[in-house]
Design a protein around this ligand. Sequence first.
Ligand code: AMP
Length: 113
Amino acid sequence: MSYDKNNIFAKILRGELPCKKVYENEYVFSFHDIYPQKKIHILVIPKGEYIDFDDFINKALDKEILEFNRAVIYIVKMLKISNQENGYRLLSNIGKDGGQEVSHFHYHIFGGE
Ligand code: AMP
C-alpha cells in the first residue's frame, strides 16, 4: 500500500483543513481529535509521509523517530498529564483489524479523567 496524499491528516498538515493545534516543531504536528473520547484527546503525527507505526519505524530516520517520541513527552508535560501527574493513555491503531481510519501514522493521547 502506498501513502495516500489526500488523507485527512495530510490535508491538515498542508493547512487545507482546519484543526485545533496543540504543538508543532520541525518533525511533528499535534492537534485535538475532532471527536474526543476523553476530556483530553490529542493526536500526534509526524510531518513525514508514513502510513502507520510499522511504516514509520521501517522508513523514518532515527532522528524523526526520536523527535516524534520526545514530542509526545513534551506534549503530555505541557498538558499536565505526564507520569509525574495523573498519567495518560498512548495508543496507535494499525491497519484494518487495528481500527485505523486515517492512513497517516498517529498516536492518540488520552487523559484528563
Ligand atoms: P484512527 O481510527 O486511529 O485512524 O483515528 C483517527 C482519528 O482521527 C479519530 O479519533 C477521529 O475522530 C480523528 N479525526 C478524523 N478527522 C479529524 C479531523 N478533521 N480533525 C481532527 N481529528 C480527526
